[in-house]
Design a protein around this ligand. Structure first.
Ligand code: SF4
Length: 240
């Protein structure tokens, strides 16, 4: 019995829970007793985790668009299935392509510092990109590539159901705002800091961390945007 409790704690620990409600063992993949009580939030997390795994399996060794030609790895996204904030960039860079993880290069380190300044751990939030394969020479993903890959991210957002989305850079903001066509004239400088909406979820567009590495004087603007996000979370009754 102790072994089973240990397994249960480890399992939920991996999913990011600090405590495990005793009534929530449905879905636990062992011979553990499945109680007949209703499954609440932690079990939803188990379902979300399973749904994300199903989605990753569905994507497989994707060759649906030409970004597959030069990539090393698909960068699916990572973080908590219970994330209240989701950060979305445009696509993996060189380091991300090698490690198969989003935002792990210098820009990623800056993003992690921002997340920590917001009083979260990186593991508390979810981080993903509009496209899951690295565009050659770090160019912007093209319209047809976005159209092919974006539905995967949409499914991830649907599964995780964050309370706020923070888009990082022009491409992510443009796509999540439901815009299409040429991005000429679309300026992140003009739209950042003002909440928009993605399917009913507040969407805060801000600068991409790679831009901030080149323009460190604008970091304070991103910090302003982050503070607006924290206020939004507070207003929904979920303080940090
Ligand atoms: S970018 Fe998306 S659609 Fe294109 S190959 Fe990669 S996973 Fe598939």
């Amino acid at each position: 019995m102790l072994d089973k409790i240990k397994m249960l704690l480890e399992y939920y620990g991996e999913l990011g829970f600090e405590r495990v409600p005793l009534n929530c063992v449905a879905g636990f993949p062992a011979e553990t007793h499945v109680s007949d009580v209703e499954c609440e939030a932690p079990c939803q997390a188990t379902e979300r985790d399973a749904a994300l795994k199903d989605l990753r399996a569905f994507i497989g060794d994707c060759r649906r668009c030409k970004l597959s030609h030069d990539r090393t790895n698909i960068v699916f996204g990572e973080g908590s299935v219970n994330a209240r904030i989701m950060f979305v960039g445009e696509g993996p860079g060189r380091e991300e392509d090698v490690q198969a993880r989003p935002f792990v290069g210098d820009a990623g380190k800056l993003l992690t510092r921002l997340i920590e300044k917001m009083s979260f751990k990186r593991e508390d939030v979810y981080i993903a990109n509009i496209v899951k394969c690295r565009p050659p020479m770090n160019r912007d993903p093209r319209e047809d590539e976005i159209a092919t890959c974006f539905p995967f991210l949409q499914k991830q957002i649907e599964i995780i159901s964050p309370q706020v989305i923070v888009s990082l850079g022009k491409v992510a903001a443009f796509t999540l705002m439901g815009l299409s066509g040429p991005m000429t004239g679309f300026s992140i400088t003009k739209i950042r800091g003002k909440f928009s909406d993605y399917k009913g979820i507040p969407l805060m567009p801000t600068f991409h961390p790679a831009y901030l590495l080149r323009n460190p004087r604008d970091k304070w603007l991103t910090w302003e945007d982050a503070q607006a996000v924290l206020k939004k979370l507070e207003s929904t009754g979920n303080s940090v």
